[in-house]
Design a protein around this ligand. Structure first.
Ligand SMILES: [Zn+2]
Length: 143
């Protein structure tokens, strides 16, 4: 989460919403990382999780990330939760809850929906205060 928070700070410095993500391999080593880059790339899918998942799949030479863990500073949205399930990531650890658009337990719980064929274990609220502080500072500056 330390690395993810640092990536989120990099995003804020680049005028992107501060969200950072890392993918850990089954041994717990950092396989890939990402941060929000939606403004920079003009890509609506440029969320930290998607960037990190793409980099992890490229690093592994496979879309299948079974046994890996995604660590992200904010609760994944519906799009990212879908991508997480498609990647077969087994575990998601996140910082700030997102009551407005979260899909890992707050608004939706896509990652643990028993109607879907794949699910992921979810651990939310890890270093939540720091992640929330980053987001608040970013939006406070822009109002
Ligand atoms: Zn997202």
């Amino acid at each position: 989460m330390d690395r993810a928070l640092r990536l989120a700070a990099d995003a804020a410095a680049a005028d992107e919403i501060p969200v950072g993500a890392v993918v850990l391999d089954p041994a717990g080593r950092i396989l890939a990382e990402g941060r929000n880059n939606r403004e920079e790339t003009a890509d609506p899918t440029g969320h930290a999780e998607i960037v990190a998942l793409r980099a992890a799949a490229a690093a592994q030479g496979s879309w299948n990330l079974t046994g890996c863990t995604l660590v992200v500073t904010m609760e994944p949205c519906v799009m990212c939760a879908g991508a997480i399930l498609q990647s077969r990531i087994g575990r998601v650890v996140f910082g700030a809850w997102d009551d407005k658009a979260g899909a890992a337990g707050s608004l939706y719980d896509v990652l643990r929906d028993r109607r879907l064929p794949y699910r992921a274990e979810v651990v939310g609220g890890v270093r939540e205060d720091e992640a929330v502080a980053q987001l608040r500072a970013f939006f406070a500056e822009r109002r």
